[in-house]
Ligand binder design. Structure first.
Ligand code: CLF
Ligand code: SF4
Length: 523
């Protein structure tokens, strides 16, 4: 690799780095900063939507700029994955190995697999271009712990070169008990385990085989081995104060009801967060489930299960099932800007100081957002109503309504009630605006995707989609353009309640909505 990298140390001095990855900052080997491994926990009150005041300060330090572990952070901070782990040690019926790992990625081949050295160079390049990139995850395209040498070598290089970046790992858990010490030693503070069952009778319908210690296990024996190893690994991680998230794929008719039991099992073992994701099973992906007609859940089915589990433990609802080489804010993919070929042409400067300054500005904006939300909530004080509304929002990030309707690749969905505004998910859609023209077919898919919402907040919208949305019973709202989402949702809800009370409108629940499946295509 021909690229070279400079690191500006916190004091401003710069070092030239070659891709042989001999890295020093001010003459000392750089140590990993950011998240310490001194504390973790699985408090039921800790959740993705929790803020600074709700969490143990040490846990808050770990999650405050992790876009997956903090819902609030995902509006501001980005993550990236490096595809260094091609092999897998189990078979899931929702995975086709020609595609990304379905438990962490949308189906779609990764554009390139990287060596640890290439991966480290890519991380430094991305971090210098995207100062809000705070987390590096290894999530496939196979299982990171089925590729331990490549995975830990990558972590080692990144910890030395970009010590302010948090390290994150996602695994199916089969090999996990054997690597807990290494995970701790490498300061990997965030580990996700995909756990779809705790009952082998359910598991044998999801996993045809697992490969363990040179032996292939099938059927119920395979599922029993997997669940035992997953529980053992989860317990060992939480005992070592490593923050754990559990991902579960909701497969209607197979594990949908059972996921309540999974939720209880992982909560009791100290998991910090539970992320229930919809099965992706388009036939063209060639998975067993896809080819056999296994459907995924609807938006309402997914939300109902997440709501039930929330009584037990707080839930992650902002997962984008990202690719194993994703780069950027959740919901966007800038990986195409950082191919190995392009990185080789870049003059990369890794400047701690400007990253830190940028993140300081982000924190100030976050605090302004929280203050605006609180002030708006005060205006709802004393209101009594059972009404809950869903509102779809076109946003480019920062927690603001700052995207045009026609440019939105997804809509974020908030539930608003007298309790306040809460993020409950996102809906991927086809782009409506195609080179200056509205695409009718795309508008239909948008309406199907947000059909359970009463309103859609946008920065701008044309007359034609406005009329069609209104006809479908979804109010297009552009009066809050460029304002904070939650504050605006609360203001809209207050006005809505006033109209219901005055008899100007009659409140009615809306229908179900479709979760769009399919490969993510970068903008
Ligand atoms: Fe990546 Fe996963 Fe770490 Fe996040 S993703 S390894 S915890 S940095 Fe996040 Fe992507 Fe969902 Fe994963 S949105 S698929 S939960
Ligand atoms: Fe595919 Fe991931 Fe399952 Fe392995 S763990 S089979 S890569 S979905």
């Amino acid at each position: 690799m021909a690229g070279s990298v400079q690191i500006a140390s916190p004091s401003g001095s710069k070092l030239k780095l070659l891709s042989s990855i001999k890295i020093e900052v001010n003459g000392q080997p750089a140590k990993q900063g950011g998240c310490s491994s001194s504390s973790a926990g699985g408090k039921a009150s800790c959740g993705s939507a929790a803020g600074a005041g709700d969490l143990d300060p040490e846990i808050w330090e770990k999650v405050k700029n992790h876009p997956c572990y903090s819902e609030e952070a995902h509006h501001h901070y980005a993550r990236m994955h490096v595809a260094v782990a091609p092999a897998c040690n189990i078979q899931c019926n929702y995975c086709n190995r020609k595609y990304d790992c379905s438990n962490e990625s949308r189906p779609g081949v990764v554009s390139e697999r990287l060596t640890p050295e290439q991966a480290a160079m890519k991380v430094v390049a991305v971090a210098s271009e995207i100062p809000q990139m705070t987390v590096l995850g290894i999530a496939g395209p196979g299982d990171p712990l089925a590729n331990p040498d490549k995975t830990f070598k990558t972590f080692e290089l990144i910890a030395r070169q970009a010590p302010d970046i948090k390290l994150c790992l996602s695994t199916n858990g089969l090999a996990l008990p054997d690597y807990v010490k290494q995970i701790k030693d490498f300061n990997v503070d965030h580990v996700t385990i995909t756990i779809n069952m705790v009952d082998p009778a359910v598991g044998e319908r999801i996993y045809p085989w697992v490969y363990f210690k040179h032996k292939r296990y099938r059927g119920r024996d395979a599922a029993k081995l997997l669940t035992d190893r997953q529980m053992e690994g989860l317990e060992a991680l939480t005992a070592n104060k490593i923050l754990c998230k559990v991902n579960s794929v909701m497969i209607p008719g197979i594990n949908d009801d059972h996921l309540l039991e999974v939720n209880r099992a992982v909560k009791s073992r100290g998991a910090f967060l539970h992320n229930i994701m919809p099965l992706i099973s388009e036939p063209e992906h060639g998975t067993y489930f896809g080819l056999n007609g296994q459907r995924g859940p609807s938006a309402q089915e997914l939300k109902a299960l997440q709501d039930k589990c929330e009584g037990e433990m707080n839930m992650m609802r902002h997962c984008r099932q990202c690719r194993a080489d994703a780069v950027g804010l959740l919901g966007e993919d800038r990986s195409g800007e950082f191919t190995t070929e392009k990185i080789e042409q870049m003059a990369v400067i890794y400047d701690f100081e400007s990253r830190r300054n940028y993140q300081k500005a982000v924190e100030e904006e976050r605090q302004a957002k929280v203050a605006a939300k609180r002030a708006e909530m005060d205006t709802l004080a004393g209101e009594l109503s059972d009404i809950k509304l869903l509102i779809a929002v076109a946003t480019k990030g920062s927690g603001k309504i700052n995207e045009h309707f026609g440019h939105a690749h997804e809509f974020q969905v908030y539930e608003v009630s007298t309790e306040g505004a809460k993020f409950i998910g996102h809906r991927r859609v086809d782009l409506y605006c195609q080179g200056g023209f509205g695409e009718e077919a795309a508008l239909e898919t948008v309406i199907r995707a947000i059909n359970d919402c009463h309103a859609v907040f946008v920065a701008k919208i044309g007359a034609c989609p406005k009329d069609e949305l209104t006809a479908a019973g979804i109010e297009p709202v552009d009066r809050y353009a460029h304002e904070f989402i939650e504050k605006s949702a609360i203001a809209y809800f207050r006005d809505y309640l006033a109209k219901v009370k005055s008899g100007e409108i009659v409140h009615a629940d809306r229908g179900d909505a479709a979760i769009r499946q399919g490969a993510f295509v970068a903008a």
